[in-house]
Design a protein around this ligand. Sequence first.
Ligand code: C2E
Ligand code: MG
Ligand code: MG
Ligand code: MG
Length: 286
Amino acid sequence: KYNIASKHKILFYSRDMGIEIEQNFTMINYLKKAIENNELYINYQPIIQINNNQIVGAESLLRWKNSKLGNVSPDKFIPIAENTGLIYSIGEWVIENICKKINEWKKKGLKLIPISVNISVKQLEYIRFTEFVRKTLDYYNIEPKYIEFEITESVSAGNIDKIAKTVKELSEIGIKISMDDFGTGYSSLSLLKKLFINKLKIDKVFIDYIESNLDYKKDYNKLLKTIINMAKNFNLKVVAEGIETRNQLELLKVLGCDFRQGYLFSKPLDVDSFEIWVDKNSKYKY
Ligand code: C2E
Ligand code: MG
Ligand code: MG
Ligand code: MG
């Protein structure tokens, strides 16, 4: 069964552990140099309001292309970055680059939309994280409403007091926080409150079940409905991730889901395609 934590354990189930460990070691060494070698870049995936098809934002998704390893999925290198501490510099690189981009878009006179950034637990535990964010926003002259952060339920396994403190500081600046991959980990209503969450991103596993013929389909659809109703009762906005079919979209519309993100509408785009896309779409939508 799908489980976020299992992603990080795959290594230990390998038949040839020697090779896995060696590859991992090689990857760490390459990853250490990824920033200075200009191997990182960011893709953007549009987020759309379901009832009127307006673009309301985009999620930034980190990409790594290494000359020896080729394209490495973030599902693979982000956990390694987290375990080695490289996530601090990589995470700062992401935020800095997004702010730089937003500043460019502003100068070009493009319509600005909020960009969501995935943030790791370790970054939130770092006591000077907010200070870094504030300085970067100031430097690039960006209003906090144009940056949003996505955190996952794995925060519940972190130092929750440190994390809550950071998140409080961030929300005081005016940065909105979403709970990503919602429904797959451990979270509670009190955690959502404690972390100033104002948006839930329902994990793709629930969206996948809509189209499946698997045993638990009915239960999953009930869970989906319950999550959306619960969110509404607590004034949380709901984003559905990984929508690939019309059928999924129709059900989510009926259930009252607010926003959508997924291949049905658009894959994550490289920055140039994204700019063109926003420019074209904002003409009609605003
Ligand atoms: P996530 O934040 O849950 O991002 C959503 C993932 O679903 C992305 O995978 C996206 O490309 C993919 N996706 C979106 N729509 C569809 C769809 O319709 N079908 C399918 N099959 N997939 C879809 P991606 O880009 O491979 O990123 C994987 C994960 O890596 C992210 O999951 C996030 O947890 C992490 N990640 C990515 N960028 C960063 C980053 O800058 N910092 C940190 N800490 N983590 C990141
Ligand atoms: Mg995300
Ligand atoms: Mg997600
Ligand atoms: Mg994810």
